[in-house]
Every structure is written in structure tokens, then in C-alpha cells.
Design a protein. Structure first.
Length: 249
């Protein structure tokens, strides 16, 4: 893998309900946040932490109208984005529920503050999704599109990237257990992916008070050996098990 290869983060923040501000003049706003420790930071099936432990965290400020702003950060391997050791995502979006269907969309800016000066690493992504509850299950489909940018280039000028995905999750009634499945498709050849490929995962969670513990199997059909960490020699697109612990506040 080349030193200038770009990694992306998860579009959805791991979050749970948190109390609104106590002040009456800000009662229309709700603040939620989370901190997590993961055995491997996988984004769209590809490791962004060199298959090592990553520290993550974020927060969302939502208005009762449906508009929200978020930030999310994670430690990353310095081979992902021009020697950067961290990724910071800044998000602005709008979400609304119509009956049993939730529509969500917005803009996400990927930043790598500690990258080599003047390196083309930062870029925008436009995202949207449709989510519906079906009994104890939730089904979701969405897209993420990054307009043409030098940060995504594979050496032939600016490149763009389209990602399509579907998710399914199920909470076992009257228990703290849940299961989830994911299938995604990266349509374009960029520094994000190295090539067109499918990714998928199957996971389970256990929630205790504000803490959620998870385990997931993650895999891709990406060409083996193409995305190799130069330090460890590990294929970062190869199948793996990810263990996580998240605390919501």
C-alpha cells in the first residue's frame, strides 16, 4: 500500500440516547457522545489501523428540527494518509422520520490534521440513507459519494468514489443482545479502495447500561495481497474478527 493512500471512516456514529441539556433555553437541543476501543479500525472492510487497536470517539448535537452536527475521530496507521496518525470527521446533516421510515442525509468532511504539510488528504463526501423498522429488526440502505478530488487520485488526475450499502440489525426482544449484518460495494478505483470490491460483515452486541460490547467478522472480495501494510506485511483487506467496547454518554 502506498504512503499516500486515503482511508475513510464509518459514516454512522455508534451512539445511544443521552439526556437533553438541562437549561430551558437549549431544551430543543440534544447532545450525545461516545468513546470506543476497537481491536481493529475497519472501514468498508479495509483496516485503517494496520490491524492494530484503535481509540475512537465522537459527539453529535441535534436540534429538534432534525438538523445535526457531529464530529468523530480515530487513531489510524500512519501509512493511510501521508503519515497522519489520526482521522477527524466533521459532519452536518438532516434526519426526519415519516411513519416507520427515517430519511437521513448530509455532508461529511474527512480531515487528517497531522498529515505531511500540503499533502492532498482531506476531502468531502455526500451521504444519504433510508431506514425502516420491521418489528424488532431495522433495515437500512444508503450511499456515500465523494466528488472528484486530488485526495482520491490514483495518478491520473482527480478521482471520485461511490459507495453503496445495505444494513440489517435485529434486537432480541427483552434481552441486551443484538445481531447485525452489512453488505457494501465500492464502485470506483481510488486510493480509498485500490480497486472495485464488495465488503460484508456479521456481528453481535451485548449492551449493559451505557456500555456496548461487540464482536464482528469482517471480510472483502478485494484482490488478496494488493493492500499490504508495508510495516507489518499484513493484508489489510483480508478477513478478520473485530472486538469493540463502546461507552455512550
Amino acid at each position: 500500500m502506498r504512503a499516500s493512500m486515503i482511508g475513510l471512516s464509518a459514516l454512522a456514529l455508534v451512539a445511544s440516547a443521552a439526556p437533553a441539556f438541562a437549561q430551558e433555553d437549549t431544551s430543543e437541543f440534544t447532545l450525545t457522545g461516545n468513546a470506543a476501543l476497537v481491536s481493529d479500525y475497519r472501514f468498508r472492510g479495509i483496516s485503517q489501523s494496520g490491524k492494530h487497536i484503535a481509540i475512537q470517539g465522537g459527539a453529535t448535537l441535534a436540534h429538534s428540527s432534525g438538523f445535526y452536527v457531529s464530529f468523530w475521530g480515530s487513531s489510524i496507521d500512519d501509512d493511510i494518509a501521508a503519515n497522519a496518525d489520526a482521522e477527524l470527521d466533521l459532519i452536518a446533516g438532516y434526519s426526519t422520520t415519516i411513519g416507520a421510515v427515517t430519511l437521513d442525509g448530509g455532508v461529511l468532511y474527512y480531515a487528517y490534521p497531522s498529515a505531511i504539510k500540503n499533502a492532498p488528504t482531506d476531502f468531502f463526501e455526500i451521504y444519504g440513507s433510508v431506514k425502516a423498522a420491521v418489528g424488532p429488526a431495522t433495515l437500512k440502505g444508503g450511499f456515500a459519494y465523494a466528488p472528484k478530488s486530488n485526495a482520491l487520485s490514483v495518478g491520473f488526475g482527480k478521482e471520485d468514489n461511490l459507495y453503496l450499502y445495505t444494513d440489517a440489525s435485529f434486537t432480541v426482544p427483552e434481552t441486551p443482545f443484538g445481531i447485525s449484518a452489512h453488505l457494501g460495494y465500492s464502485k470506483d478505483t481510488t486510493f480509498i479502495t485500490g480497486d472495485k470490491y464488495l465488503d460484508w460483515s456479521l456481528g453481535a452486541t451485548y449492551t449493559w447500561k451505557a456500555a456496548t460490547f461487540g464482536v464482528a467478522y469482517v471480510d472483502t472480495d478485494h484482490a488478496k495481497g494488493f493492500l499490504t501494510n508495508p510495516d507489518s506485511g499484513r493484508d489489510i483487506a483480508k478477513a478478520g474478527v473485530v472486538i469493540s467496547a463502546t461507552y455512550a454518554f
